[in-house]
Design a protein around this ligand. Sequence first.
Ligand code: HEC
Length: 453
Amino acid sequence: MLTAFTISPKAVAAALAFVLLGGLQASADLTSAEARGRSAYFGEKGSALDDATARIGTLTTKLPASSLPCASCHGRTGLGKAERGVQPSQITRDALTRPYTVKEATGRKRPPYTLTSFRNAVRTGKDAGGNDLSEAMPRFNLTDKQLADLWAFLAVVGEVTDPGITDTAITIGVVADPRHPATRSQLKVLDALAADINAIGGAHGRKLKFEGLAPSAAAAAASTYFALIAPQGAAPAGLDPDLPVVSLLPSETPSAGGFALVASEADQVAALRRYAVEAFEVVSLRDACAAKKGDTVLLASTGCLVNARPARRVLMTHSVFSSLPPASRASLPAETYIAIAAPLGRIDPQAQAAFAGTRAKAGGDKSAILSEADAYSAAAVLVESLMRAGRDISRVGFVEKLEGLRDFSGAMTPALSFGPNRHVGSRGAEIVRYDPAKGTLATSGTWVEPETR
Ligand code: HEC
């Protein structure tokens, strides 16, 4: 059966991006044939793919084979990853040489492969039983020796580990802007947390290490780190979609590996709007810049604070509130409401105590406490999932554990729940009243969740 398949520039770009980003852990003790095969499998510079060409389907033009490394379709470990309705076969040596007839998902049946029929399949697209492989499998003009190298590597491809992991350590990148005032304190808190975990054996025998990296360097770092945390906001754009990332806020483009702790700024604004309807029957919140006497308004940025004075009520998110100069807050109307995604009253007391302990060791900086809590929270989610994933860990297995977290209360946030279709752990916000005369926030408010769509 032929699957229609046209090669899109996007697919080539994705394959190329893989080559650029997806370097791998130099795994020790490969034979020289296996090592050459590995280079070709991943399309590394200097590999057999450099001088070879590949042909896809009815395209008569030959493409550089280096733009179509085996791993880009068959996965890092040879298990194949389904994409755009195409299912690349499992090509570990075990899978190819099972001593019985294998029936593929497409209905194609084939006997076990030998080196000879393997070479034939990769060159001509005929499987071990002489059936045509789908056009999605490119035809490569590789030599006998190059294909023998690949065949050798496929015997050990399943043992390839993800980046950032060795037998003794696991390294996590911390995306943090060097100019952000809290970056240093965040990294200190993370170091203290790692020291505590390593003192009791680390993550299943591997020492946990956090390393700061600038947002601009994050995309290239996918090949160095097992996973990232991004505690200062959303994850930076341009990351490998399979790279696990736990960020404070959701990014605009959801990805397989991307997880966020709390609701985005936009969702917090939505919670404020909902609250205005329910509490004051105000259907549309006016922009604070155009406030008139008696209005209920949304302060979207600090710039319109002066215009908001005649309003009866002002609503804003906590991030806008915290960017208002403290002296100016006294001019807010008596009815001021603030959306807080991680209100103290909803944070588990044990998590608060653990955070306080870690901060004390790190020598926490008072002015950075909220940012430190964000870093601690992202790390807590990551560590919990690492512990659940066990010693035999891969990025894929780790993402499954992240998706399995329910009502996790170890972070400085409300309880977090994730799932395959839910990558934002806490989706609501508490609407809390602020008293401008006293400069205090009420201790509790109303929890508002977004509409379930
Ligand atoms: C653009 C995606 C893509 C690339 C790149 C690719 N393959 Fe495949 N390959 C496939 C798909 C899809 C199939 C399944 C075809 C089918 O079921 O008809 C396949 C099937 C195979 C098979 C046949 C297994 C079976 O089920 O009979 C072998 C062997 C194979 N690939 C080896 C390789 C090797 C070695 C490389 C690198 C030199 C490679 N492939 C690169 C997509 C790809």
